[in-house]
Design a protein around this ligand. Structure first.
Ligand SMILES: *Cc1c(COP(=O)(O)O)cnc(C)c1O
Length: 484
């Protein structure tokens, strides 16, 4: 495709975009259970306006835009105090949880280089529930990720972590709470380990940072997880999640400026001048910083408490509703507004497919197979409809339909095929799998694919399959062939 040769009037461009957008999932109706956070029309309009006001400003050089600099430092300071920090706490705004985590890991590596130069192959210990951003950081910064299993309650296992600590360990990681199951890790115990062994300790509060403190204030039984816990040296939290800011707003915080110093990058030899940059990004959108400041100042503690209370009540109602559906169970003991549920009697992915038919978008998870809900304020009005649909979907999925049998046959076929192939042939399975997936009658039904992927004996093939999928997703052919 080439750039259009002629100019098109803005109105026509916008109309085309509106038409395409109307075919996306309707998050505005509360039908999407991840990705989008909405706190009501007033907040939404304010965030948009604040973002637009700073649409052109660049956070790269704060001395040119002192107002932006003020917003950023205030956002960092307010966030630090929210998470048990004090005057010593230091931080940076980043584009999101991933960048915050990348920075925490890179900082730990530099900190170790400065303080423990004898470490040659730095390691970081991760509970298996930790966000993949840590794996990404390990991949980017050449840190060895040591993954330890979680307990039967899906919580970070302190004993397992302790066993893996060695002379090369530079960082311990825990989640507050974990994304997959919404479980709060034992922060105080891991903090103690970190202190005893003189290791940095990162708490990933990307999803929890803007809701757990308010739930605590409301009296929910959530143990301390922030800087008030001895041993915690850095925390990441996303304002673009439960902070209800515009996308592109997260904060990485350190116990003090001495640790943060190891995050910064400086190059003094460039003909373009002396270059300093705090985080991964060079140019940084002023809008994201401004919108975060605006929403925090608008809502204040009062607003966040109101949102947290309503959201928590919705989440609890959903939890109870799921527990009342005979074939479903909640995974572990989720502490806040994220939860996952599975089934030991019905194919949970088939339930997800039934829900997709009803217009819901729910993420599918593995180990164990389950479905994930990030309850946010937008869901407070659709709890009853969701539970009714879920009940119906479970009933339908339970009935053994022709489709289910077909799925089972496909899974069985793949399994037996794999058993008889020599290992180096198994990669052919990639091709086989994708053609089988394409052969599914409905694009909206993916139970077969998920079931199959979960059962692939060779995870390396799955890796390749996903790479191929991403390649296709990021290629032009994929979008231009669709019906639009
Ligand atoms: C969302 C999330 C991240 C990653 O944040 P992004 O903004 O998607 O980059 C990391 N950890 C947890 C626990 C999260 O929920």
């Amino acid at each position: 495709m080439q750039l259009p040769s002629k100019t098109t009037p803005p109105q026509i461009v916008l109309e085309k975009m509106q038409q395409l957008r109307s075919q996306d999932y309707r998050w505005q109706d509360g039908k999407v259970w991840s990705l989008v956070y909405y706190a009501g029309e007033e907040v939404y309009q304010l965030v948009k306006e604040a973002f637009n006001l700073y649409f052109s400003e660049n956070g790269l050089n704060p001395t040119v835009f002192p107002s932006l600099r003020k917003f950023e430092t205030e956002v960092i300071r307010m966030t630090a105090f929210l998470l048990g920090g004090n005057e010593e706490t230091a931080g940076t705004m980043t584009s999101g949880g991933t960048e915050s985590i990348l920075m925490a890991v890179k900082t730990a590596r530099e900190y170790a280089r400065a303080h423990q130069p004898q470490i040659k192959k730095p390691e970081m210990i991760l509970p298996s529930s930790a966000h993949p951003a840590f794996q990404k950081a390990a991949h980017y910064f050449d840190i060895v990720p040591i993954v330890v299993p979680v307990t039967s309650e899906y919580q970070a296992d302190v004993k397992a972590i302790e066993q893996k600590i060695c002379s090369q360990t530079i960082l311990l990681v825990a989640s507050a709470p974990s994304y997959p199951h919404g479980i709060l890790d034992p922060i105080a115990e891991i903090g103690k380990l970190a202190q005893e062994n003189n290791i940095l300790f990162h708490v990933d509060a990307c999803i929890g940072g803007f809701i757990l403190p308010f739930l605590q204030k409301l009296g929910y039984p959530i143990p301390p997880f922030g800087f008030e816990v001895p041993g915690v040296t850095s925390i990441s939290t996303d304002i673009h999640k439960y902070g209800y800011a515009a996308k592109g707003a997260s904060v990485i915080l350190y116990k003090n400026r001495e640790i943060r110093k190891h995050q910064f990058f400086v190059y003094t030899e460039w003909p373009g001048g002396i270059y300093g940059s705090p985080s991964v990004a060079g140019t940084r959108p002023g809008g994201a910083i401004a919108a975060a400041w605006a929403v925090m100042n608008h809502l204040g503690e009062e607003g966040y408490l109101r949102l947290a209370q309503a959201t928590m009540q919705a989440a609890q109602k959903i939890k109870e509703g799921i527990q009342q559906i005979e074939d479903l169970y909640i995974i572990g003991n989720p502490c806040a507004t994220l939860l996952a549920f599975g089934s030991s009697t019905v194919d949970i992915y088939a339930i997800a497919d039934e829900m997709t038919q009803k217009g819901w978008h729910i993420d599918r998870q593995q180990f164990p197979p389950c479905l994930h809900l990030t309850v946010n304020y937008i869901h407070t009005s659709i709890v009853d409809q969701f539970l009714a649909d879920l009940k119906e979907a479970t009933k339908r999925a339970k009935k053994s339909t022709v489709r289910n049998i077909t799925n089972k046959m496909i899974k069985g076929l793949v399994k037996t095929t794999v058993k008889f192939l020599p290992p180096h042939w198994v990669s052919k399975l990639t091709v086989l799998s994708s053609s089988l997936i394409k052969a599914q009658p409905s694009k909206k039904r993916s139970a077969a694919m998920y079931g199959m992927m979960g059962e692939l004996p060779n995870r390396g093939d799955l890796h390749e399959l996903v790479l191929n999928f991403m390649d296709k997703l990021n290629s032009f052919e994929n979008t231009s062939n669709s019906k639009q």
